[in-house]
Every structure is written in C-alpha cells, then in structure tokens.
Design a protein around this ligand. Structure first.
Ligand code: SOE
Length: 364
C-alpha cells in the first residue's frame, strides 16, 4: 500500500500535531480526521490543520475504516492507553516520545504491536549528517568509541511563569527534561555510536517548584549524567530546559580511536570530523556522503534542510514500512522502550545517589 493510499488520523491538537500533519501531507497521505480531549478541541484542531473530520472521541476515530495510521501526539501519560487501543483496532501507530511514563507501560505497548507498524519520532536520526556520523562508526572509519559528550539545551521553561503539562508528574511522568529531550539525546548516542549505555550516575535540579499553573513540581529542569557504555566508553550528558539563549540546541560529539564526529542540531548542514592530523567540516552534499546519508538529501547542497525535513523523512519511512519496505534506522517502539528504560535509570540514579546499571558493560 503506497503512502497515497493511507488514511491518517491525529490524536491531539498541539504544536506536534501540526508537525505530524505537515509530514503526512508531504508523504502524500490522506489526512482523514482529528480527535482531541473534547469534541470542541477536536473541531478547533481540525480547522487549524485543514482536516475534514473532527471526531467526537478516540473510539469514533478507531471505528473509522478510512483510518489506517494513528499519530498519537497527546501528553505522555495518555500514550499507552490510546496507542494500545489503536493497535487493537488494527491501526498502525506513530506515537510521540517519550513512548510512555513507565517501563511497564512501554513494555505493554511493545507487546501490543502484533503485525502492525509502530514507530516513535526520534527524528534527529533523519538529519543526513547524523547518518553520515553513524556511517563513519559503522564502517570503521572513526575507529572504536572512546568517549561521548552530549548536551540538549533549551530555554522555554526558564521563567517561573513558563508552564506546560510536561512539568506535571501526572501528565508527563516522573521525569520531564530527560524524558522529553534527553530521550532524543540518548537515542542519538546509541544510534550514532552503535554502542549502548550500560550504567549511569546522575544529578538533577528543579529550579521552580511553583510555576504559573502547577505547584509542588518535582520534575527536573536540568539533569547531568555520567555514563559508561557496554564497550567501555565513558561520557557525559547535560540536559536542560532552563539554559538562556539555547532554543533547541542538541549537540553530540563522539570520539573514536581514529576520528571524532560532532553534530549540532541547530546547524545541521555540516558535520565536524576531527583527526589528529587536521579536522574538516563535511557539508551536506549528497555526492560526498555515505549512501544512507545521501538518500535523506531532498534538496541540493547549499539549500539548508531542517527539522521539518527530518520529520518528513521519518514519516515517509514509517509509511514505507507499512508498505512492506525495511528502511534503515527507523525508530520503532523497541527504541522508544529503550529510551524509557534509560530515563528510568537516570532518575533512579539521581534519587539513589548511586550508579544504576542498565545492562552489563565491559567495565562493570
Ligand atoms: C519540547 O521540549 C520539544 O517540543 C520536545 O517535546 C520535542 O521532542 C523536541 O524535538 C523539541 O522540543
């Protein structure tokens, strides 16, 4: 079934619903309808997204045979129930990250997949220069992984008046900054390096216990992680949503025994490659890239690609998988579960003050 035969429905009406709808349209799929927390909010979202049908409920959406794929873009605590219902109704699912607020819920979601396609938008994997970085570790050019240094910094929650459902444990889960954006970072660490986080030690900070609408907040504004990988590499991650001037600055540098690679999501058109005998900045020029990176170049070098292009590529690969293809690097529910496991360990490590082991590593 080609993407142009797929009927798409979206659950939720916020910023991410808009991003998902643009990507579905770019894939030439049919946007059939929207459901939200109330019929009125569904109608507002349908109008804003230019989609014909506003469903009275999720059940009404799932009863619609015209819907083949459900994009779940609601608050984290709703993902498990809504996704499992959609899978049970025979729908394919794209569920926003974090996949769930607990490992148990994420495991239930993985268990409910059956023969459906179920993906999670770790979309930074779809920047071509991320694929180039990954290719240099996969083919041995960069050597073995020695150290990892990553950060993901934002400032949209810098003020006490800044508020969002994510700060609320009941809607977002026990972790906020790491679950929300650290999940992207740790996914990218493992995706690019080909290594896996074995154990973590953490410290975290909640700057505002009281915000405009939420009080007694315990979820973290910032979190610092020391990690060791299964292969024995070491690393540090800093994740903060209270870093003035940083809007969506995901930065990852991995040192291999032959080359370092560094990627900055706010400047995705180049990849820094560091060598003892001199370093270079590789441009996003399909002719100079590994095949898996070149395939994601949709405009020539010098015409910058960005976040929505990466999202579009993720959705296009999801729909291709529904059509029977096996696109390389597609983040599926198992990857979403992985990120939830690491997030859980990060918070456990902060609360215990001890290293938390996720899996056996060469140093543990
Ligand atoms: C807010 O932190 C947010 O929209 C995240 O939820 C997204 O996953 C990230 O890509 C951009 O920032």
């Amino acid at each position: 079934m080609g993407a142009d035969q797929l009927g798409i429905a979206i659950v939720g009406g916020g910023f991410m619903a808009t991003v998902h709808s643009r990507a579905a349209r770019a894939a030439r799929a049919r946007l059939v309808g929207v459901a939200s927390s109330t019929p009125e909010k569904a109608a507002t979202a349908a109008d804003a997204l230019g989609i014909a049908t506003a469903y009275a409920s999720l059940d009404a959406l799932l009863d619609d045979d015209a819907v083949d794929v459900v994009h779940v873009t609601t608050p984290n605590a709703l993902h498990a129930e809504q996704t499992i219902a959609a899978l049970a109704a025979g729908k394919h699912v794209v569920c926003e990250k974090p996949l769930a607020t607990t490992v148990a819920d994420a495991e239930r979601m993985v268990g409910a997949i059956g023969t459906n396609i179920a993906t999670v938008p770790f979309v930074y994997r779809f920047h071509p220069m991320v694929r180039e970085a990954r290719a240099r570790f996969r083919d041995g050019t960069a050597g073995t992984v020695l150290s990892i240094h990553g950060s993901y910094l934002q400032d949209w929650l810098l003020g006490a008046d800044d508020d969002n459902w994510r700060v609320d444990t009941d809607q977002g889960g026990r972790s906020r900054a790491f679950a929300d954006i650290g999940s992207h970072l740790v996914d990218l660490v493992e995706f690019v390096s080909g290594d896996r986080v074995a154990r973590v030690a953490t410290t975290k900070k909640t700057v505002f216990a009281d915000r405009a609408a939420h009080h007694g907040i315990t979820t973290e504004d910032a979190v610092a992680v020391v990690l060791e990988t299964v292969s024995g590499a070491i690393g540090t991650l800093l994740v903060s949503q209270v870093a003035p001037g940083r809007k969506n600055r995901l930065h990852l540098e991995i040192a291999g025994s032959a080359e370092s690679v560094a990627f900055d999501q706010e400047h995705p058109e180049t990849l820094w490659v560091g060598r003892r005998g001199g370093s270079l900045l590789i441009p996003r020029d399909a002719d100079q890239l590994h095949d898996d990176a070149a395939r994601l170049c949709v405009v020539p070098a010098g015409h910058p690609q960005g976040y929505q292009d990466a999202f579009n590529a993720f959705v296009a690969d999801t729909y291709a998988a529904i059509g029977g293809d096996t696109p390389d690097g597609l983040p599926q529910f198992a990857d979403g579960l992985r990120a939830v496991r690491v997030t859980d360990a990060v918070i456990d490590a902060a609360e215990s003050g001890s290293w938390i082991e996720i899996e056996k590593g060469s140093r543990s």
